[in-house]
Ligand binder design. Sequence first.
Ligand code: ADP
Length: 226
Amino acid sequence: MTAGARLVVLGKQGAGKGTQCLSLSHHYVVTHVSTGDMLREAVKQGTSLGMKAKELMGRGELLGDDLIMEMVSTRLNESDVKNRGFILDGCPRTVSQAQRLADFLSPVDLDLVIDIEVPTTQVLRRLASRRVCVDCGANYSLTNRPTIGWSCDVCGGEVIQREDDTEEAISKRLEIYEAQTAPLIDWYLDRGQLASVTGTGSPEAVTKRIVRAIEDRRNRKGGRFS
Ligand code: ADP
């Protein structure tokens, strides 16, 4: 049986977190927990969380730590995650969220935090071209379009530009990333939990680098995590 894992994936907007988390979730047979996807689903369903989230997300601003950590801890308490582990995408995004996540997971900590490194010039190019499926979240771009029109190859859903992929919201998100999320890299480095991986090149090449980093860490821990 493939061993499970408890991972966090960090990286700027457009670094490829969503794509890599999906591949990793298949590779390790663990649940992909994406706070952005959960919030977009809440907006679509019109729940009270969704109503709170809609405006802030549209502006590219962060939701409060309390709200996010309640949503994440509820999800991490579910049985699929408890049995096999998780790949957390989009959280933590502040040092306070990271501290609360560690407290929540204690006494068992994360196995590894992966930082996908891509230069800002490149993420700006990727974000301007990014298109996503409204139903399943599959990623496309102007140069990697669905086969038939703008219908998703995976589920047939409509493929659109995300509302927060406007120039204004992108620059706000990158600014917040530098101010609030980038400090997490040193925070996890100090705790000996970080592996940085180059995020340029094909998605498959990046996945191979990440899997190698995870396996190196697992081998150093005597073949097992946690
Ligand atoms: P991106 O990484 O491209 O900004 P996400 O899909 O991860 O996109 O998140 C979309 C939006 O959801 C964020 O801009 C923010 O408004 C909100 N959000 C997601 N995760 C968090 C979080 N951990 N803390 C606060 N807000 C969050």
